[in-house]
Design a binder for this molecule. Structure first.
Ligand code: MV4
Length: 577
């Protein structure tokens, strides 16, 4: 087993992996950006090293800096978490080149599953089918019409080398075919740099089901139940549950076996997930995610397995300590993602800032996988998931009731959160009856009544003015050490900065891209007035939509980018005067 593992991530997943390592007696090495020098993952790890930089591209995506820290710390393995480098074959290779284990699959498996065409071929090869369709690349709208007349409408045109729902066009009839093909190809070029598209039948009310897999390097693999992730909005999951409700044991087994075949077909070893669409008793292969997923805890709660510990063990070459027959599932688990986003009126606008107070609920069957504590800052530069509330109960109705109870008990102040939207979903008849689908949150759920969810507590500003003994961290030569010091309380300074930031006048008027990505939406035009905190641009990066906000109030004097344009981290997007 490894003696020391470096966690190349931040937030709740870094915390989750650090805890698993500590349970296994493995020393942990955290890495941190300039903004994260005092983040929870840094506080919990045995050692912490500075990456430098603020944006993801400058920090958590800096291969050279991470390799340098591997050498200085003596870490023997790297856990990538999710996002960042977790599905990056080049990074996995770079790590292997310095003799360190990537806690994930082999680079080849990452590559096969990295684009839709080869991922679909890999599944077809082992007899696992996607939605009925044509894999030939479309040249002409007549091919679309031919498919529709033969197999029926509606149909979907998808980008062959895309993902995440970008560039998918639904075509309802022959006269929409030409426009739809043209816009699908145009979007495919803008997002993915290639215009190849193909056509398949469009499912109007599918559920998103997925199978958790765990495979070792000795050819053993198991599937560990299903998850249902249909409650999502704009391809961002809000609530996940396990097992998937209202699925027959026969279908569950067939899906599990199909998923395992896909994984074994590409020599997969690691935790992984195969996604399916499910409609009217049939399931269709969608894609395979070659990483640990955000929602892995619901599977842990019903199986009793620590997926992160097992993932580390199989990466160290250990054999799976059980077979498929040993896996038994108990009860029902629900995960609610708590993002620092304001769901008011269904907008889900990012709400970065200081968490002035965080008290997670507890009690029987309640688990909080958090990345922040009271006093921590949620930065606009990273994913704004503050943590996941995971509730287990003996059956689904009890799990829903318990999750609602825990959400109402939750105290999270200083930033707006998705909690009100989560409550609206869980309390809804459609969710409770499992009549929802992947389109339900956007098309049916009414969030217009949800008000401003931001609560600001004064508690942090009420500290005593005297000198206080504080554990502070100092950075020496890029490595962090904890020392005790008697320091004056910084109440006055905090008050000032809080006042300044609430006026929103101090930020920069130059809005730049925090990371490499594609401009999905430009929400303002030249001459338009904006307030500090307004979302001005939506940038798609790392399979996620990131809302870029105005740091100061003013008038937009220049918009430097247009929708569909690719930008690099640091590029100027627009200017506010
Ligand atoms: C579909 C579909 C319906 N029919 N394909 C969107 C993301 C991408 N990975 C696949 N997606 C879909 N493909 C056919 N033929 C509906 C979706 C879809 C979806 C899928 C999974 C989770 C959420 C979704 C939300 C909207 C649409």
């Amino acid at each position: 087993m490894f003696k020391k593992v470096l966690i190349a991530n931040r937030g709740e997943i870094a915390v989750r992996v650090i805890r698993a390592c500590q349970d296994l007696g493995i020393k942990t090495v955290a890495v941190y950006s300039e903004l994260d020098s005092d983040a929870l993952h840094v506080r919990l790890a045995d050692e912490a090293y500075a990456l430098g930089g603020q944006t993801a591209a400058e920090s958590y995506l800096n291969t050279e800096a991470i390799i340098d820290i591997i050498k200085r710390s003596g870490a023997e393995a790297v856990h990538p978490g999710y996002g960042f480098f977790s599905e990056n074959a080049e990074f996995a290779e770079a790590i292997a080149d310095v003799g360190v284990t990537f806690i994930g699959p082999k680079p080849d498996a990452i590559r096969v599953m990295g684009d839709k065409i080869s991922a679909r071929e890999a599944a077809e090869k082992v007899g696992v089918h996607g939605v009925p369709g044509n894999t030939t690349f479309l040249e002409d709208p007549s091919q679309v019409i031919e498919f529709g007349e033969k197999h029926g409408w509606p149909l979907a045109i998808k980008a062959a080398f895309g993902g995440g729902g970008r560039g998918m066009k639904v075509v309802n009839s022959a006269d929409e075919a030409a426009d739809a093909l043209e816009s699908a190809q145009r979007e495919a070029i803008a997002y993915f740099g290639r215009d190849e598209c193909y056509v398949e039948k469009y499912l109007t009310k599918p559920r998103h089901l997925e199978i958790q897999l765990l495979c070792d390097t000795h050819g053993n693999g198991v599937y560990i139940g299903q998850r249902d992730c249909s409650a999502q909005r704009r391809h961002q999951k809000l609530i996940e549950e396990a097992p998937a409700p209202a699925i027959s044991p026969e279908i569950a087994q067939a899906m599990g076996e199909a998923a395992l075949k896909v994984a074994k077909g590409c020599g997969y070893a690691n935790a992984g997930t195969v996604e399916f669409l499910y409609e009217n008793g049939e399931f269709f292969y969608l894609e395979m995610n070659t990483r640990l997923q955000v929602e892995h805890p619901v599977t842990e709660m019903i199986s009793g397995l620590d997926l992160v510990a097992l993932q580390i063990k199989v990466a160290a070459g250990e054999e799976l300590p059980f077979t498929q027959d040993d896996i038994t599932l108990h009860g029902h688990a629900i995960e609610v993602r708590i993002n620092a986003e304001d769901p008011a009126a269904g907008a889900f606008l990012p709400s970065p800032g200081k968490i002035t107070k965080l008290v997670a609920p507890s009690g029987y069957g309640v688990r909080w996988d958090g990345g922040y504590e009271s006093g921590d800052e949620v930065s606009q530069f990273y994913d704004n998931l503050t943590g996941k509330l995971v509730c287990w109960a003996q059956d689904r109705p009890t799990a829903i009731a318990r999750t609602l109870r825990a959400l109402r008990e939750f105290t999270l102040e200083g930033v707006a959160t998705t909690i009100p939207a989560d409550i609206a979903i869980l309390a809804h008849q459609d969710f409770q009856n499992t009549t929802h689908s992947t389109k339900w949150v956007e098309d049916t759920l009414d969030l217009s009544d949800i008000g401003d969810a931001k609560i600001v507590s004064e508690e942090l500003l009420e500290e005593k003015p005297d000198n206080v003994r504080k554990e502070i961290s100092v950075e020496v030569d890029g490595k962090q050490f904890n020392v005790a010091a008697w320091v004056p309380d910084l109440v006055a300074a905090k008050k000032k900065s809080a006042a300044a930031s609430s006026q929103g006048g101090s930020g920069s008027g130059s809005v730049t891209a925090p990371m490499q990505g594609t401009v999905v939406k430009v929400l303002v035009e030249e001459g338009q007035k904006v307030a500090a905190g307004d979302t001005v641009i939506v940038l798609e990066a790392m399979k996620m939509e990131n809302n870029i906000i105005a740091e100061k109030a003013g008038t937009v004097s220049e918009v430097a980018v247009s929708e569909g344009q690719s930008v690099s981290g640091g590029d100027s997007l627009l200017t506010i005067e």
